[in-house]
Design a protein around this ligand. Structure first.
Ligand code: NAP
Length: 497
């Protein structure tokens, strides 16, 4: 397959893209489009269709009828198609990565890594699905008091129907396939509503599934502003499961959605607790990588450092030295720090920074901003009355809170509304495990920064950080239901044999 022209079908003009319904690329009858602003140039880069409610209805209808046949397609064939899509996705990493650079200002090499990781996730999911879904259970009744051995129960996993996937802007390809692949391998059909910033990368990814030859209606993609079509989608009676990743929007969706399974991966305020015996070189590099990769726009970014007083000066010095080496600039140049996704995000980050300044925090660097580009900033001596101690900046600014006991660090971590991940740096494994037990977060990393991957590890947030658990196996299980068939035998006479 030649590179040139592969994505021509998805274009509706030089910079406008179609949506994907009933196995075809279409232009919306709304006649309206949604602009995607390049975070670096702050100019319109692309446009996507503003889909109408009627178009959503049509997508749901075709998803519903396609799912019935898809569920009956042998599991190995479903896996084969996913492997094919994964290979096509990886073959086209360059044009997809170019979109990520322009839409969400992801550094070029990280954008390519996201596409390859996504292909790997799809393949892994196909393999895991064959294992997980190929197994059922056999139970006999006489293990429960009062029962004879007269009932044999056979269980298997069946699909839910239509899964609605809504990912956020920061990993529009990876966090789409982390929902698409488990849904499809399990025999569901899938409707994607990509984030507006990231929609064009997602449409390219969807085209790779189209090229793989999935039956019409099994996978669809509707575009439009979440604030405009979001409610219609999430409350749609055709939807049987919602897998959402994003911010507080997820909390609102969970209050509005009907009686359907929800997988919610929401925000975080991941704490990094540094004990007195920590390896400060390791801790400082993990803080810089964990806090500032993709300019801090990661759910599992280190979002607050809680460091013991006695080592705080040394740690802050080491972090500052490393921050001084980060490159700042456009994503095309593979800079470490690139513009944040929108002007309103930059304004929000600035609000948190100024609040900390006004309340007496120490700035380790001069606060510097040009348009959406914010230079990396470590804010020391942050106190609990400052917003940045609790809120998620989603930008390259990191607060440091000095603590006089480990308990104080754990208390701060547990007082947060969020409970996604956390990390501890110490050489004492016993202490690390005790602290991990005490931290109210879905995952605790010992001697490394928080992270979502590898993608088959369980990944979940407590409190306002989410509902359910993902990771390849957990997502497949979440997108299925157990079906039982019970064989009732005649009452035994006990004379047999
Ligand atoms: P967001 O504003 O919550 O948007 C997420 C998605 O929801 C987008 O696709 C958005 O579409 C859509 N949306 C908006 N309003 C909607 C509505 N009323 N109904 C249905 N969908 C709606 O989040 P974001 O700014 O893209 O992402 C940043 C947040 O995601 C951070 O809080 C971060 O921590 C979190 N995150 C969490 C994880 C995790 O695994 N826990 C991973 C990554 C990111 P539009 O773009 O069209 O508005």
């Amino acid at each position: 397959m030649g590179e040139k022209g592969v994505f021509d079908d998805i274009l509706a003009g030089s910079d406008t893209f179609k949506y994907y319904s009933e196995g075809e690329w279409k232009v919306s009858s709304s006649g309206k489009s949604v602009p995607i602003i390049n975070p670096t140039t702050r100019k319109i880069q692309f446009k996507v269709q503003a889909c109408t409610q009627e178009e959503v209805n049509k997508v749901m209808e075709s998803a519903k009828s396609a799912q019935k046949l898809w569920a009956k397609t042998p599991l190995w064939k479903r896996a084969e198609l996913l492997h094919k899509a994964a290979a096509i996705l990886k073959d086209h990493k360059k044009p997809i990565a170019d979109c990520l650079v322009k839409e969400i200002a992801k550094a070029a090499k990280d954008a390519a890594t996201e596409v390859v990781r996504s292909g790997d996730l799809v393949s892994y999911c196909a393999e895991e699905g064959v294992r997980v879904l190929g197994e059922g259970k056999f139970l006999v009744s006489d293990s429960f008091p009062g029962n004879e051995r007269t009932k044999y129960c056979l269980t298997s996993k069946i699909p839910l129907g239509i899964v609605l996937a809504i990912p956020p802007f920061n990993y529009p390809v990876n966090l789409s396939v982390s929902k698409i692949a488990p849904a499809l391998i399990a025999g569901n059909s899938l409707v994607l509503k990509p984030p507006t910033q990231g929609a064009v990368s997602a449409l390219h990814m969807i085209h790779c599934f189209h090229l793989a030859g999935f039956p019409k209606g099994v996978i669809s993609c509707v575009t439009g502003k979440g604030s405009e079509i979001g409610d219609f989608l999430t409350k749609h009676p055709g939807v049987n499961c919602i897998s959402f990743t994003g911010g507080d929007t997820g909390i609102a969706i969970s209050k509005k959605a009907g009686m359907i399974p929800l997988q919610m991966e929401l925000g975080g305020k991941d704490a990094c607790i540094i004990l007195e015996d920590a390896d400060l070189d390791l801790a400082s590099s993990s803080i810089v990588k964990g806090g500032f990769s993709y300019s801090g726009q990661r759910c599992t970014a280190v979002k607050v450092v809680l460091v013991m007083n006695s080592i705080a000066d040394s740690l802050v010095k080491k972090v500052n030295e490393k921050l001084g080496k980060l490159t700042v600039g456009p994503p095309e140049n593979d800079c470490d720090i690139t513009p944040v996704v929108t002007e309103s995000s930059a304004n929000f980050i600035e609000g948190l920074v100024m609040d900390a300044k006004n309340k007496g925090a120490t700035f380790c660097q001069e606060y510097k901003r040009k348009d959406n580009l914010i230079w990396p900033l470590l804010i020391d001596n942050v106190k609990p009355d400052m917003r940045i101690a609790w809120e998620e900046p989603f930008g390259p600014v990191l607060p440091v809170i000095r603590i006089s006991s480990v308990e104080e660090g754990i208390r701060h971590c547990n007082a947060s509304n969020f409970g996604l991940q956390g990390c501890i740096f110490t050489k004492d494994i016993n202490k690390a495990i005790l602290i991990s037990d005490a931290m109210e977060t879905g995952t605790v990393q010992i001697n490394s920064a928080p992270a979502r991957g590898p993608d088959h590890f369980p990944f979940q947030g407590l409190k306002d950080s989410g509902i359910g658990s993902q990771g390849v196996t957990n997502s497949i299980n979440m997108m299925t239901k157990i079906k039982s068939t019970v064989i009732n035998l005649p009452t035994p006479s006990y004379t047999m044999g």
